[in-house]
Ligand binder design. Structure first.
Ligand SMILES: [Ca+2]
Length: 297
């Protein structure tokens, strides 16, 4: 402001006279009061202080020394560019993007644990399962990469049911009060008829000590998920869709998948009591897209 102000020119009492102005600090006196009144009547003080054009000093104070007039204008008029009048716009910090997860089982450190029940009474051997490559059994190719998660069963004549469960041992971070879609890919190897059913529970917390063969300790159940298939998982990797939850107050979730495979004797291929593999890959936990806005009538 000072630099432009110093270039202002004055016309005094009809006599053109160039003057270099030096801005002074406010000093209240009679000139101030006169300038204050004149400022209410016109905008000449503002024009002067802007220093961008030539102005005329009102006649009755034209004999006052220019530094005093300058000081008076500084008392009654504050330029809009004054630091005290700067408008500060505060932009609120946007909320964090909801976290999304894709589990493809290609990382051997991915924390999952599985356990199976070999008959309807829960008897049989339990096992903590790791991911399996496509080499065993040789027909079992992964949906993505070379690894997936699986349970392998051999039906017995006395009890043609296997239940297999597995869960992640560390909760996935999610955004509270957010709708999520949960999908995965599943394939049933070994039987042409689809004899395995899948569901999943969602829990708000999970603990696992790393050695507990019974699997993760899940609490705070949020919901049970039901899925439908895009494709036939007895023939190819099929996508399971329809798993939807709202996270509510939780910021982490654990998924407990349950596989129930029942192969009755009346199904011809089940009479051979062969091996069956329940295989999972590419579990996705993603924020559900918002529905399109309703059209305005
Ligand atoms: Ca994979």
């Amino acid at each position: 402001m000072k630099s432009t102000f110093a270039t202002a020119f004055l016309l005094l009492s009809g006599l053109a006279q160039a003057a270099v102005l030096e801005r002074r600090a406010c000093a209240a006196n009679n000139v101030v009061r006169a300038a204050e009144r004149l400022q209410r009547e016109s905008n000449w003080c503002a024009t002067w202080l802007a220093g961008t054009t030539t102005i005329s000093i009102p006649a009755h104070i034209a004999t006052t020394p220019i530094p005093i007039i300058s000081s008076a204008c500084s008392c009654v008029y504050t330029p809009t560019s004054s630091q005290c009048q700067v408008t500060v716009t505060v932009t609120p910090t946007p909320p964090p993007e909801p976290t999304e997860h894709v589990v493809d089982f290609e990382d051997n450190d991915t924390p999952w644990v599985g356990f199976m029940y070999l008959d309807t009474q829960g008897r049989g051997s339990y096992g903590v399962h790791k991911y399996s490559g496509s080499s065993s059994p040789p027909q079992a190719e992964a949906f993505s990469g070379t690894s997936y998660y699986r349970g392998i069963f051999k039906f017995r004549s006395a009890d043609r049911k296997h239940s297999y469960q597995f869960t992640n041992t560390k909760a996935f971070a999610v955004t509270p009060n957010t709708d999520y879609d949960i999908t995965f890919y599943f394939r049933q190897f070994g039987y042409a008829s689809l004899v395995c059913k899948i569901n999943a529970q969602v829990h708000g917390s999970v603990q696992w000590d790393g050695d507990n063969i019974d699997g993760g300790q899940l609490t705070d159940q949020i919901g049970t998920l039901d899925f439908t298939w895009q494709g036939n998982p007895a023939e190819t990797w099929a996508k399971a869709v329809g798993g939807q939850i709202n996270t509510g107050s939780t910021s982490g979730i654990a998924l407990l998948f349950s596989t129930d495979c029942i192969c009755p004797q009346e199904v011809a291929e089940c009479q051979d009591l062969g091996m069956i593999t329940a295989a999972f890959d590419d579990i996705e936990i993603k924020v559900r897209p918002s529905p399109p806005a309703a059209p305005t009538p």
